[in-house]
Design a protein around this ligand. Structure first.
Ligand code: PHE
Length: 446
């Protein structure tokens, strides 16, 4: 990569990649559906025991090779270079994700707009109807919002790591935090806040089962942007002499914190209005929060706009990070210009994104394996490609890269017993935990 991040630029960019709709849209939806605190407990355990470990493994691959995922495996593998380089193609997962993810950001843009003009729905029933109308009938709105987000994201990536991605993150991420803190302070003044605290933090162990565990694992991967080449790619631009252990801990902490704060805000309002936290479907956050904001008068107007705008920021910084791995690969391998690489990737994403819109419209609906194309991309990437990509990263770092090489990389920041524990986790515990969850779930299917 031609230019490297600055130290703070790296943390913000990776945090920007991690913090996204995963925290604000998937997290509350899954927490609501999967029993609140029990799910959060699983999510925290898996984030630390598996996510953190694999994050450092991906970072090592990126930092040592300074290449895109495919070329990184090729460069670092001592034998079977070709076979390993195929593993790098798990980065295609991030292209699948960005296709439906851009659409979801598009929905948020639509809600931000409705909030600005004060046209959010005022009761839960009409809110649900409005959302269903948007996804099942309103091709035009979805297409316009999707296209708008698409152009912002691709324009940013076209400017490169330093002038595009770093610059965007440096102002979007702090703005997101400020907005979130303001919303939290407001939420704390509400009665629903205590109920939300209880729902999120008092564990109920009865609700832990294998299905929830797979969901929590998928979310831990999704939320830390693991298994699809993003962390490898960003770490290829990690500036030298950066304490990447503290950076990683910061990133993981920020990511957990934003998820939990978002959850607190969302559930405070859900309980405040007596809604059911256990609602199905991708519209959960939109349907309930939109009604809430509309009912709060001027305050709701301001907070609604702030909330949806901050979600757009969080989403864009993540979407950008999904495109960079493939762009970097095309640039490295075929000596293409960045613009040309983005043209190819953009065409693919645009087609997949429009297919996502069409697959949920009543008039053009189509299902594959009983799921809409949108749901298929989502499930396939976060429940299959990401965990699989993560296992392969762990095996590669644990068994292919020499321990000495890793020791040299880690030495200034993590040594002795801590390094050995991480090494043990990366070789055995984390990949086996992922395999165990996947197999148990698979057997459950049969
Ligand atoms: N981590 C992002 C989120 O939580 C999603 C993401 C997945 C980003 C894969 C990059 C790669 O929204």
């Amino acid at each position: 990569m031609s230019s490297k991040f600055s130290k703070i630029g790296f943390i913000l960019a990776v945090a920007g990649s991690a913090v996204g709709l995963g925290n604000a849209w998937k997290f509350p939806t899954l927490v609501g559906q999967s029993g609140g605190s029990a799910f959060i407990l699983l999510y925290i355990i898996l984030t630390l025991g598996v996510g953190f470990v694999i994050f450092l493994a991906e970072l090592s691959i990126g930092k040592i090779s300074e290449k895109d995922p495919v070329n990184a495996y090729k460069k670092l593998a001592l034998k079977h270079k070709k076979a390993w380089s195929f593993v790098g193609f798990t980065m295609i997962g991030s292209i699948l994700i960005v296709s439906f993810y851009t659409l979801v950001i598009g929905w948020v843009v639509k809600y931000a707009y409705l909030s600005i003009i004060g046209q959010l729905p005022s009761d839960l029933k009409s809110s649900a109807l409005d959302f269903n109308f948007l996804i099942s009938h309103d091709f035009l709105s979805q297409f316009i919002c999707f296209s708008l987000v698409f152009f912002i994201v691709f324009y940013t990536v076209s400017k490169g790591i330093k002038n595009g991605i770093e610059r965007l993150n440096v102002w979007m991420m702090p703005s997101l935090f400020i907005l979130l803190i303001l919303m939290l302070i407001y939420a704390m003044t509400k009665d629903g806040f205590v109920m939300a605290l209880k729902f999120l933090f008092v564990p109920d162990f009865h609700k832990i089962n294998i299905s929830n565990t797979l969901e929590a694992l998928g979310l831990a991967f999704f939320s830390l942007s693991l298994g699809v080449g993003t962390i490898i790619t960003y770490s290829a631009s990690l500036p030298d002499r950066t304490n990447f252990i503290t950076s990683t801990l910061n990133i993981i902490f920020i990511n957990l914190l934003v998820g939990l704060l978002m959850g607190l805000v969302v559930f405070t309002f859900i309980f405040e209005f007596g809604y059911d936290p256990n609602q199905e479907g991708p519209g959960f956050v939109f349907v309930s929060l939109a009604t809430l904001f509309q009912n709060l008068g001027l305050t709701g107007h301001i907070f609604g706009t702030a909330f949806f705008v901050s979600l757009v920021f969080a989403g864009i910084t993540s979407a950008v990070s999904m495109i960079e791995p493939s762009a970097f690969y095309l640039i490295n391998t075929f000596k293409m210009s960045r613009k040309k690489a983005l043209f190819f990737i953009g065409t693919l994403v645009y087609i997949l994104g429009v297919l996502c819109i069409l697959s949920s419209l009543d008039s053009t609906q189509f299902k594959i394996l009983g799921m809409s194309f949108f749901e298929l991309l989502d499930s396939f990437s976060s429940k299959i490609i990401m965990p699989l990509g993560g296992i392969l990263v762990a095996i590669f770092v644990g068994f292919v890269i020499k321990k000495e090489t890793l020791k040299i990389l880690f030495k200034p920041y993590m040594k002795g017993i801590f390094f050995e524990i991480w090494y043990l986790f990366v070789r055995f515990i984390s990949p086996l935990a992922v395999v165990a969850v996947l197999i148990t779930k698979l057997v459950g299917f049969v």
